[in-house]
Design a protein around this ligand. Structure first.
Ligand code: DOR
Ligand code: ZN
Length: 344
């Protein structure tokens, strides 16, 4: 097959940032994706419905003329989040999910949750109204090894939350381990899981063997190759539980090429090319549309997009080294092997 036409994809986990960085990166998502779940980890975080509405307005204002894009807003869950504010923001149609960051887990997560009992009233309200909880699933206890943090979170936090909040819809975001795949496959359809491009294409050897590659550093961190194979199996299976969340997370290049580099891969411009390549190599192109365009809307109870995109297989594409933004250059993710698929 050398061309593939599929319903227009959505990105169920995206960092757009704000200001000059947002101006620079937004067109790269809007070029391919119709909608995206927008992460609220700004400084300060997007905590209230009013803040989410203002952020949505800034995104739409930054959208270049002639482009369409529907930002699906989220609220950043804190121990002070008011269940009534969450319910009102959901009822108005503005907010499509609430984001749980364990305090200290990743970029701009200082306001996240330490005491999970403190957010119980919000979670119960969300279960009642059917509003999904998007979860950064890593424990932060210093004694837990960084490569074990996702598996520990499932046992110590995620499963207890789900057991004690029946009906709560949860998205396990950017899953990185066979433990997460196995857990997701074992649950009912209140559970979904997103997977990124980099976790499908790379493992920790790609990041660390022969030199440290800061542009492959993200959180949750890349795991060993056996985990990647399970993620690949899940993503390419077509199973409705699994869908694309790129977690495209731009940082100015100098902040990643640094003695203490930031976490995040900027994949938005080449995410679909990379996924077509990955699904092609797995002989699973037939299931690409489910992963990028169908399973996500089904989980969120939203219609699939009606227009289409066409992917073409040809000569290896040229991946730009970086994009320029007024917040500095941002290095574009490069999987380090030829990608033969382009988006028309
Ligand atoms: O690698 C990451 N970057 N993981 C996250 O969870 C946050 C993100 C960011 O905001 O830069
Ligand atoms: Zn993220």
């Amino acid at each position: 097959m050398s061309t593939l036409t599929i319903k227009r994809p959505d990105d169920w986990h995206l960092h757009l940032r704000d200001g000059a960085m947002m101006d620079g990166v937004l067109p790269h998502s809007a070029a391919h994706f119709a909608r995206a779940i927008i992460m609220p980890n700004l400084v300060p975080p997007v905590v209230t419905g009013d803040q989410a509405a203002a952020y949505r307005d800034r995104i739409l204002k930054a959208l270049p003329d002639g482009m369409t894009f529907d930002p699906l807003m989220t609220l950043y869950l804190t121990e002070n989040t008011n269940p009534a504010d969450v319910a009102a923001a959901h009822a108005s149609g503005l907010v499509k999910a609430v984001k749980l960051y364990p305090a200290g887990a990743t970029t701009n997560s200082a306001s996240g949750v330490q005491d999970f009992d403190a957010v119980r009233p919000v979670l119960e309200k969300m279960a009642e109204i059917g509003l999904p909880l998007c979860v950064h699933g890593e424990v932060t206890a210093p004694e837990i090894d960084i490569f074990d943090r996702e598996a520990a979170f499932i046992d110590l936090v995620l499963d207890p939350i789900r057991q004690s909040t029946p009906g709560l819809r949860v998205v396990m975001e950017h899953i990185t381990t066979s433990n997460a795949v196995a857990y997701a496959e074992d649950q009912d359809d209140t559970l979904g899981a997103t997977i990124t491009v980099q976790h499908l294409m790379l493992d920790r050897n790609d990041m660390l063997v022969g030199g440290i590659r800061p542009h492959y550093y993200c959180l949750p961190i890349l795991k060993r190759g056996s985990h990647r194979l399970e993620l690949l199996r899940a993503a390419t299976s077509g199973a409705p539980r699994f869908f694309l969340g790129t977690d495209s997370a731009p940082h100015a290049t100098h902040t990643k090429e640094n003695a203490c580099g930031c976490a995040g891969c900027f994949t938005a411009p080449i995410a679909l090319s990379c996924l077509a390549q990955t699904f092609d190599e797995a002989h699973a192109l037939d299931n690409l549309e489910a992963f990028v365009s169908q399973n996500g809307p089904a989980f969120y109870g939203l219609p699939e997009n009606t227009d289409t995109i066409t992917l073409t297989k040809g000569d290896p594409i040229t991946i730009p080294d970086h994009i320029d933004t007024d917040a500095g250059p941002v290095t574009v993710f490069d999987p380090g092997r030829p990608v033969f698929w382009s988006v028309q």
